[in-house]
Design a protein around this ligand. Structure first.
Ligand SMILES: *Cc1c(COP(=O)(O)O)cnc(C)c1O
Length: 418
């Protein structure tokens, strides 16, 4: 039997514009599917609603005003009074690339301390664009070793290293490094290298203060702690880094920070501004300010403790374990869980997603197929975390994975204790 399309009985106008039907998508499930990947993250209704409006013409003063509000809000969140904020229609990789292109000429060197998959990806990108990369070794399950950073800078007798690119929270290993120790390591080596921090996965989750930490460039993106859809990356650049970029003769255009120092939005974005994303950012920043940044950090810390308590309990049967070996370095944004070689991570994710409506991430890099990751950053609360953990327990039962059965209870205890 031939069935008519769902809009067949609707008025003519709606047939012409199926997008306006508001009919359920074939993917519709009752209730919400919990999104616990460490980016993209759950988007609050306020952000989605803020984006649901018509764009303005170039030159509408309200557009410039809204962009200024976003820039000021980002500066406040980064805790900087002095940095310039440049935004790009891109993802985090774009924000990485603009940092490479502006700070280093081809052939120049950057020190990228090993944090895991993300430091290695950034390093490969720098090499692919013709820069030289000095690496410090990455030890699986451990954050960046500040002593190794100091040693690498001391060994740079000819002072060829232009910058240190440090990933604050490596989203693959779920370890957060100590940026203050890294700043101290650069200073102790007496090296003039710029200090660049990738805070894509830690911003609006873990404490970060750009000026106080002596960070010259901070690199971020929209779809993690910022609770926005994927689609824009940004950098905050202090005067010192801005000067180095201005004197860097490397050819570049779209990514060039000099071109972004402009009043008019069309110049500032090197073309049309992503207005609807910016409406979303404006709303997200307002939510963070309303909650209070200290409260946002405390909420992330508590939810992370609950997840870790559950995973520690799950680990008792020997099939799973927390990837990050250093308790104080465990990220408040994401938790990586190593699994036994017999466990099919993709099958587990599939069951959790399709039967229990809990979506989480797999392992990356060396952990591909050997770990899964729970994102607990952005617009998340206790109930969502408990639902996520319980859904994963249900999926582990279906898959016959042995785990300590009191994981959710441990998380409840942790949340109740506050
Ligand atoms: C997600 C992420 C990136 C890359 O962001 P994309 O938007 O996926 O390109 C870079 N660094 C860190 C730490 C991340 O978590």
């Amino acid at each position: 039997m031939r069935t008519s399309p769902p809009h067949a009985k609707l008025p003519f106008l709606y047939k012409q514009n199926p997008i306006r039907m508001n009919s359920p998508s074939p993917e519709r499930i009752p209730g919400d599917r919990f999104l616990h990947s460490p980016g993209p993250t759950h988007i609050p209704a306020e952000v989605l609603n803020a984006m649901h409006r018509q764009p303005m013409d170039h030159g509408d003063p309200r557009l410039e005003q809204m962009i200024a509000v976003c820039e000021t809000g980002l500066r406040r969140l980064l805790q900087t009074d002095r940095a310039d904020v440049f935004m790009f229609i891109s993802n985090g990789h774009g924000a990485w690339e603009t940092t490479i292109e502006n700070l280093l000429a081809p052939g120049q060197a950057v020190l990228i301390p090993g944090s895991g998959h993300f430091s290695e990806q950034w390093a490969m990108q720098a090499e692919a664009t013709g820069r030289r990369v000095v690496r410090t070794p990455c030890r699986a399950g451990y954050p960046i070793d500040a002593n190794a950073v100091e040693a690498a800078l001391r060994a740079d007798k000819k002072r060829e290293i232009v910058a240190v690119f440090a990933v604050h929270t490596d989203t693959a290993s779920s370890a957060t490094c100590d940026l203050q120790a890294m700043r101290a390591a650069i200073d102790a080596a007496g090296h003039s290298a710029l200090f660049v921090a990738d805070i894509v996965a830690s911003l609006a989750a873990a404490p970060f203060a750009m000026d106080a930490l002596g960070v010259n460039v901070a690199v971020g993106a929209s779809q993690k702690g910022l609770m926005c859809p994927p689609g824009f990356g940004f950098v905050a650049v202090d005067a010192h880094a801005g000067e180095i970029a201005a004197n860097n003769g490397a050819p570049r255009y779209y990514w060039d920070w000099r071109r972004r120092k402009a009043e008019y939005s069309y110049r500032k974005f090197c073309g049309t501004a992503p207005q609807n994303l910016l409406y979303g950012l404006e709303a997200a920043l307002a939510l963070i300010e309303r909650e209070g940044i200290a409260a946002v950090h405390a909420r992330h810390a508590l939810l992370a403790r609950a997840v870790q308590a559950a995973v520690e309990c799950w680990s008792k049967e020997g099939a799973l374990s927390l990837h990050c070996r250093v308790p104080e370095a465990r990220s408040v944004s994401v938790t990586t869980i190593d699994v036994d070689s017999g466990i099919d991570v993709e099958a587990l994710r599939g069951v959790a997603r399709e039967r229990f409506q809990v979506a989480f991430a797999g392992g990356l890099g060396a952990q591909t197929g050997r770990a899964f990751r729970i994102g607990h950053l952005g617009d998340v609360n206790a109930a969502m975390i408990l639902g996520c953990l319980a859904g994963i327990e249900a999926a582990m039962l279906v898959q016959g994975i042995p785990f300590g059965r009191d994981g959710v209870q441990k998380a409840v205890d942790c949340l109740a204790a506050g």
